[in-house]
Design a binder for this molecule. Sequence first.
Ligand code: SAM
Length: 114
Amino acid sequence: MSESEDKPVQAEYDAIAAHNRIAKFYRYRTQYGDKFFGRLATRLKLGRDTEVLDLCCGTGAVAAGLASFCKAIDAVDGAPEMIAHAFADERITYHVFDIGSPDFAEWIRGRTFA
Ligand SMILES: C[S@@+](CC[C@H](N)C(=O)[O-])C[C@H]1O[C@@H](n2cnc3c(N)ncnc32)[C@H](O)[C@@H]1O
């Protein structure tokens, strides 16, 4: 058995690199349904004073859908190309971090979200 056959597929899959490559096509995928965000906002008890953290936000489809239900959203993704193609909204601040990195741990320390 070769060395690559030995490794689990997941160990070879680089999600951030893969999403950098597909970013410009991402917003053309099937979108979340019309009722989804209202139901999610209710389930999460979001309000006008709520600050939300969207981890692995991609192009911000979830953040953009929730933005009108809350005060502000910090949206984080490791793929800069996904952020470059993200939905713009004044309530969303996008950040590029690998969430497994020390830089992200430093950024998140002391912050609180809904
Ligand atoms: C399937 S997409 C989902 C995007 C978004 N949440 C949505 O529902 O449209 C997964 C995202 O996770 C990001 N991602 C994967 N591993 C990551 C990591 N370690 N740190 C930050 N982002 C990561 C990828 O770059 C990609 O944009």
